[in-house]
Design a protein around this ligand. Structure first.
Ligand SMILES: [Mg+2]
Length: 332
């Protein structure tokens, strides 16, 4: 069935209002509350006086961020929102609302859109996020989704990239390289069962961990690992005006089945959506937050360059060689 825009808007509005009704609303004074949503010209949000608003936007483009022959619609919907939630997590924030703009090819099956939305809304519900608006249009080429996620933190408490100081230790949550390992397999024509490669198809944004870290005043700086460890640590160093020394052998590597991924994938592969943060050496950093492990992988240096150590402790220069390096120019 070809999609009319009107049908799509009503599908989104229906799905969103059902999701909103199911949602347990938290105390009004803690979060921005939605006064008007889909069905009006603008969404109206009321922000409590003692909160700062966080806003992040992310494209999910067919052929760039996903392929319809590789990624089921459920995965595309999940990843689309997970990227935005991960950015909110990286600030230590709590997500509140999502806006979704979708451009769809005329020939796209309704079932694809339904599955995309269902899974996106399932993730939204799990994090107490309301679909508060969006736009739809017909796309001349492929599925194009753009989301804006709004979140909030107590005033002045957002964890920035710029707070790392020489001597701080560098930590990462979870394990790295799982998403890139799956992507490499897709590129080499493997058929993958998404359930066995959830780090790639259904990454878990670390919202709870980010909030815990911020509430306990642990991080001096934080970023999410979206472009790859080497690239994301370089962003953090640049914003903080410092350098870093990374200890290669302690970088937690994801497992595919029983096998750990190659070190290069953990070091440079992107889209793991783990949190990378620094903390002053005096801070007590738990080795686990809920089910999520936290690993110390290096330290911040005054010298504004990045080094990586081998197993003999010898240092060599580390280049930011992240995600873009993996991504082929045209996937479709
Ligand atoms: Mg980010």
């Amino acid at each position: 069935l070809p999609l009319s825009e009107r049908a799509l808007i009503s599908t989104i509005a229906k799905a969103a209002s059902a999701a909103r009704q199911r949602q347990n609303l938290s105390p009004k004074d803690r979060k921005p509350s939605l006064i008007a949503g889909i069905g009006d010209d603008c969404a109206v949000l009321r922000l409590p006086a003692h909160r700062d608003l966080l806003v992040t936007t992310d494209f999910s483009l067919e052929g760039v961020h996903f392929r319809r022959d590789w990624h089921p619609p459920e995965s595309v919907g999940h990843r689309c929102l997970a990227r935005g939630l991960s950015d909110i997590a990286a600030m230590g924030g709590e997500p509140n609302a999502v806006f979704l703009s979708l451009a769809l090819p005329a020939k796209l099956q309704q079932a694809w859109v339904d599955a995309f939305l269902r899974r996106l809304l399932r993730l939204a519900k799990r994090f107490g996020v309301t679909l508060a608006g969006g736009d739809t249009a017909q796309s001349p080429a492929g599925v194009l989704a753009d989301i804006a996620v709004l979140g909030s933190v107590p005033k002045g408490k957002a964890v920035l990239r710029s707070g790392a100081r020489p001597g701080d230790l560098i930590y990462v949550t979870g394990a790295l390289g799982g998403s890139a390992a799956a992507l490499e397999m897709l590129y080499s024509k493997h058929k993958l069962d998404p359930r066995n490669f959830s780090q790639h198809f259904y990454p878990e944004p670390r919202v709870v961990v980010g909030k815990f870290l911020r509430e306990n005043n642990i991080p001096s700086s934080m970023i999410d690992v979206s472009d790859g460890l080497s690239t994301d640590i370089s962003h953090l160093c640049q914003e903080s005006g410092v350098g870093a020394e990374i200890w290669r052998d302690v970088i937690p590597r994801a497992k595919i089945g029983k096998k750990q991924v190659e070190p290069r994938l953990a070091l440079h592969g992107g889209e793991d959506y783990e949190l990378l943060f620094t903390a002053s050496p005096g801070k007590r950093v738990p080795s686990k937050i809920g089910e999520v492990t936290v690993t110390c992988i290096g330290k911040i240096t005054r010298v504004k360059r990045m080094f990586i150590s081998d197993k003999n402790g010898r240092l060599s220069l580390l280049r930011a060689d992240g995600w873009e390096h993996f991504r082929k120019p045209s996937a479709k």
